[in-house]
Design a protein around this ligand. Structure first.
Ligand SMILES: N[C@@H](CCC[C@H](N)C(=O)O)C(=O)O
Length: 280
């Protein structure tokens, strides 16, 4: 069996996009692991399926590279909007996309017929511990933990998927690959968590590296940037609009006290066909 795919990225967070409008009835979790392999597959941080929806224009289904299903992905949803518009699935520039974290409104900015940036209404941040989910009774979701001989302060927030935001003095040399998996798999987070390491600059910009649940360190995380920005606003460190600088580039975030908006680019990389017989 041969699958047609499109490879895209949002600030270096890369995805394999497959049209599954006619349900192919495949084991997508198993396939995500194989297809996302960088040496023996196509390579990607995640597998995204274009699926039908009765709640929005289309549904975005996303699997992490380890085969786990994620509720939402901030970078993939911008790729999803560009894919739908530029491949002629829609001519709308305001789209409603269904996800496992609810419906999200996308605003496509068009320049000479191409999608230049996508602004996403990411919805309200979620603080109720049982909905994140995080095992804490602290009312402010700030939790002190001891990992690898370091005391860290975590702010737990959900953007439809779980995030642990940690402010650090210096992010460039921070041992993200050592500390990230220890927090991702910490018993505080029964569904595991994405982990954001954030340095606040004096001018109010955030510099962030991320360890993603089910993936590892990635170039960027859209939901993570939103969670980090919300945590910074709540700490009184930034105003309600600003930039998050990630390894792969910059996202513009607004938090109006209720909802979070995120704007950034998306790009096509290549297209192809892949034989999957031996992976079924
Ligand atoms: N890269 C993403 C988040 C993808 C899902 C995440 N790894 C999870 O398991 O929640 C983003 O841009 O938001």
């Amino acid at each position: 069996m041969v699958l047609e795919f499109t490879k895209m990225h949002g600030l270096g967070n890369d995805f394999i996009i497959i049209d599954n409008l006619q349900d192919k009835k495949l084991d997508w979790s198993k396939l995500a692991k194989k297809l996302c392999q960088r040496n023996t597959g196509i390579g990607g941080d995640g597998l995204v399926l274009v699926s039908p929806s009765d709640k929005g224009d289309y549904k975005m289904v996303i699997y992490n590279s380890d085969g786990s299903l994620a509720q939402m992905c901030g970078n993939a949803i911008r790729c999803f909007g560009k894919y739908l518009y530029e491949k002629g699935y829609t001519d709308k520039t305001n789209l409603v996309i269904d996800t496992d974290a609810g419906v999200k409104q996308l605003y496509l900015k068009i320049n000479e017929g191409l999608v230049e940036t996508v602004k996403v209404d990411m919805g309200p941040p979620i603080f109720q511990p049982e909905l994140i989910p995080v095992n804490t009774t602290n009312s402010d979701n700030n939790i002190k933990i001891q990992v690898a001989q370091q005391e860290l302060n975590i702010t737990a927030i959900s953007m439809g998927n779980p995030h642990a935001v940690i402010f650090v003095d210096q992010v460039e040399d921070f041992p993200v690959k050592e500390i990230g998996p220890l927090i991702e798999n910490h018993p505080l987070f029964p569904q595991k968590t994405n982990v954001e390491f954030v340095q606040l600059k004096e001018d109010g910009t955030l510099v962030m590296r991320v360890w993603e649940r089910g993936v590892g360190e990635t170039q960027a995380c859209g939901t993570g940037a939103c969670a980090a920005f919300v945590a910074s606003v709540l700490k009184g460190k930034v105003k309600n609009q600003g930039e998050v600088h990630l390894l792969g580039g910059v996202l513009k975030i607004t938090f109006d006290g209720e909802r979070v908006f995120k704007e950034g680019p998306a790009a096509f990389v290549f297209e192809g066909k892949v034989k999957i017989e031996e992976w079924l």
